[in-house]
Design a protein around this ligand. Structure first.
Ligand SMILES: [Zn+2]
Length: 441
């Protein structure tokens, strides 16, 4: 948490809101004039000669009861609810739902009702000559870019969640940023074990913001983590220009590896890879050729790498099993599942991080856990110590485009205070120094 009071960064990340605009910074409050994708909540009538009342649905209250305050005839109210029902069920509105009543000014004639059925959708009911019309409106969002930096005093969670510069972000969104960073840097740094006091992070992320200030979507554009004085970078680059990019370090090498470091969020490793294990159920010496991750029943299990599902079904002691074939002779297995992800079948292609099933204890298992195996060329390997192949680097024909994108995204980070005394260099810098070196010598 490293904003010196009075610095320009402190100002634009402080009360005045976050930094808006992509790339180069336009400070100031959000202006709907330059909002790219705000779907419109048009005023009901050109002249806004209306009074608006916002009600919140309380426990046990129905939409009908709330509407009865509008003093419209019972049949009229029934028709309004029918119109609402075209888009959402009146019985399934949550407590706390905002209902906006729009009255004609003067005589209190009800013109329309807006019901915010979820954070992204509003059912708008409008009066017309014969009754009521309803429509579903997507809540407008705006896009902005947020810059934040901090020093880790205790752990990454408190460094990000308690960062005062992010105080405008709902707590859940701040926690989501940590999850994004964990996913991006999982191959470089084990966040639960390797983070140290004095580590430093810088982050630029783009988000789509709802009117209530929460994020609909976010994407980290550039991230830096200095862990025990070693800097790690991840820069977003969309090679195909189709929104399916990835993260690369400053040299253009992929940050991602061919396999995730773990297939799930687990509590602990209950049994490691051990070719000489004494089996607790069989009471005999039996090799354990996988890793057991203890986790609650129902915890989502992800494919650790891109591949094709080759087995998806019940198989003896494995219980419910998914087996995936990957490139370069790799195969992974996920056993004892409680259930499979819906809509998938054997022969289907899955991508890294895609949910394929849920933790359970089917087959030979003494408690809920995931049994995970990794094989290469038919031989079982210890997933925790196997050398995982690197992702593809930026190919030569895309390098110029990559350098330009990298420089813009890295400049975003450089507007923030960095970790003191850490020198950041790229192979390009080394080449340039080498090329210009003769002048210095
Ligand atoms: Zn096992």
């Amino acid at each position: 948490m490293d904003f010196r009071p009075g610095s320009s960064l402190g100002t634009f990340l402080g009360v005045g809101g976050l930094v808006f605009g992509l790339g180069f910074v336009v400070a100031g409050p959000p202006s709907f004039a330059d909002v790219p994708d705000a779907g419109g909540l048009e005023p009901l009538y050109a002249a806004a000669a209306e009074d608006v009342e916002v009600e919140t649905l309380s426990r046990g209250q129905t939409l009908g009861q709330l509407l009865s305050r509008a003093e419209i005839p019972h049949s009229d109210q029934q028709n309004l609810l029918l119109a609402f029902q075209e888009h959402a069920s009146p019985q399934r509105i949550r407590i706390g739902t905002e209902v906006t009543l729009r009255w004609r000014r003067g005589d209190g004639w009800l013109r329309g009702v807006d019901v915010a059925v979820n954070p992204d959708e509003v059912v708008r009911i409008e009066r017309h000559e014969l009754g009521w019309n309803s429509s579903l409106i997507e809540t407008p969002v705006w896009t902005d870019t947020v810059y934040v930096a901090g020093e880790i005093e205790r752990d990454l969670w408190s460094a990000v969640v308690l960062n005062p510069d992010l105080s405008e972000l709902p707590r859940g969104d701040r926690a989501q940023l940590i999850d994004l960073m964990d996913r991006i840097f999982q191959w470089q740094v084990d966040f639960s074990r390797q983070i140290r006091r004095g580590d430093h992070y810088r982050l630029a992320f783009e988000r789509k913001v709802r009117p209530d200030g929460s994020m609909r979507e976010s994407r980290v554009l550039a991230a830096e983590l200095v862990n025990q004085n070693q800097p790690f970078h991840a820069i977003w680059f969309d090679m195909e220009g189709e929104g399916e990019g990835g993260y690369y370090d400053l040299d253009g090498d992929s940050v991602r590896r061919a396999f995730l470091t773990k297939p799930l969020e687990y509590r602990r490793i209950s049994s490691g890879f051990n070719p000489n294990r004494f089996h607790p159920v069989l009471q005999e010496r039996r090799p354990h050729i996988g890793v057991d991750y203890a986790a609650a029943t129902g915890t989502p299990v992800m494919a650790t790498g891109d591949g094709v599902i080759t087995v998806r079904g019940r198989q003896g002691g494995y219980g419910n099993l998914v087996e995936i074939r990957h490139a370069n002779g790799f195969m992974t297995r996920y056993a004892h599942l409680n259930g499979f992800a819906s809509g998938q079948r054997s022969g289907q292609r899955v991508s890294q991080g895609q949910v394929i099933g849920y933790v359970g204890m089917t087959g030979m298992a003494t408690g809920p856990h995931l049994h995970y195996e990794m094989h290469r060329d038919g031989r079982p390997m210890d997933p925790l110590s196997v050398e995982i192949p690197a992702g593809e680097p930026i190919p030569p024909e895309d390098r110029q485009r990559w350098r330009e994108a990298r420089d813009v995204h890295f400049a975003m980070l450089e507007t923030l205070p960095g970790a003191p005394g850490v020198r950041i260099a790229t192979r390009d810098d080394a080449e340039e120094e080498h090329a210009g070196g003769s002048e210095d010598e």
